[in-house]
Design a binder for this molecule. Structure first.
Ligand code: PYC
Length: 330
């Protein structure tokens, strides 16, 4: 056989309520790195071409999402997990953590007994615990206990010459949350191009303000945009990366929205709600604890959703391929 591969990676593909995650394991990393941020930095410095190879065309597409499982940095944790996108990396991702946890149980990567398996991850945003519910030996849903989430600030940004109200909120990533009425567009699949275009402007303008609020932040604080639908209580779309949108209700977005709802007095501190995506898939969100920090309410939300393995495959890289590390037309 004349075929050559300079890099061969086994990947597991999943979807979580519609949103894809391409999962891989990577152990080739020093064991003395102090936290998940240092692990991500090391990975980016040495292996960012792997992100591009896995997620960009021709092996992926502009909306492909990833999860890379590395050795844990904390002794109680099972893995460090980093979240590549077609553009860069997110600090935390709810849908991917749900997808990874389902896959680890479904494919036998973690031993389990009984009807629940807990998996602990070190993420750049903090430690995240996933509880996989198991019925008749099969994983059926995952509940993740996200990091502390809080409302940040309400701001106005200019869109098409008009001020639009944006609520900045944090749920593992920063979100810039806008109501669809203020944009004159419903969260419906036929409006996807308009929603993506608004999302891009909302993200860029809110980022300028977040930079002023957090001048010393070393993590990723380029916000994702969430457009909440005024015609349905809890429908929303999240846009991020290079004109990508989340097909799932977005785990960290669901958490950030819970923090906003609590701030607005629309969700009780022991309350729960169900967030819905543009394709009508759902995550439920329950607040499991709260505290007041400098006058602000900080919550710990638990997000529950489902995921399925869609593909097990071997990525190969032919050294003669001029597009071996992928490309993206923006
Ligand atoms: O589920 O947190 C999430 C997420 C962020 C971006 C895409 N999904």
């Amino acid at each position: 056989m004349s075929f050559k591969s300079e890099l061969t990676i086994d990947v597991i593909d999943t979807h979580t309520e519609g949103e894809p995650t391409r999962i891989m394991f990577w152990n080739n990393i020093p064991r003395n790195l102090k936290d998940a941020l240092s692990v991500r930095k090391y990975f980016i410095e040495h292996y960012d071409y792997i992100r591009k190879t896995l997620l960009l065309e021709p092996r992926g597409h502009k909306d492909q999402f990833g999860a890379i499982l590395l050795p844990p940095v904390n002794t109680e944790s099972d893995y460090t997990i980093i979240f590549p996108t077609t553009e860069s990396y997110l600090d935390m991702c709810g849908h991917a953590t749900i997808g990874v946890s389902m896959a680890l149980v479904a494919l036998g990567y973690v031993p389990f007994e009984g009807n629940e398996k807990t998996i602990i991850y070190d993420t750049v945003a903090g430690t995240v615990k996933a509880r996989v519910k198991i019925e008749n030996g099969e994983p059926v849903s995952v509940s993740i206990i996200d990091v502390k989430s809080y409302f940040v600030k309400q701001i106005d940004i200019d869109i098409n010459g008009k001020p639009v109200k944006v609520n900045l909120s944090y749920g593992g990533n920063f979100y810039a949350i806008v109501n669809s009425d203020d944009l004159g567009v419903d969260v419906e699949p036929e409006n996807i191009d308009k929603l993506l275009a608004y999302g891009k402007v909302i993200r860029a303008k809110s980022y300028e303000i977040l930079k002023e609020i957090y001048p010393d932040n070393k993590k990723n604080f380029y916000p994702l945009a969430m457009i909440t639908d005024s015609k349905h209580d809890y429908r929303a779309i999240v846009t991020f990366s290079v004109n990508s949108y989340d097909r799932s209700p977005c785990g960290t977005g669901t958490a950030a929205r819970a923090a906003l709802l609590v701030h607005e007095g629309k969700l009780a501190l022991d309350g729960q709600y169900v967030n819905e995506s543009i394709i009508r898939t759902k995550f439920s969100c329950k607040i499991i604890s709260s505290e007041t920090v400098n006058g602000n309410i900080v919550i710990v939300p638990e997000i529950t959703g489902r995921a399925w393995v869609t593909q097990l495959c071997k990525i190969v890289v032919d050294p003669s391929d001029p597009l071996k590390h992928g490309f993206l037309v923006q």
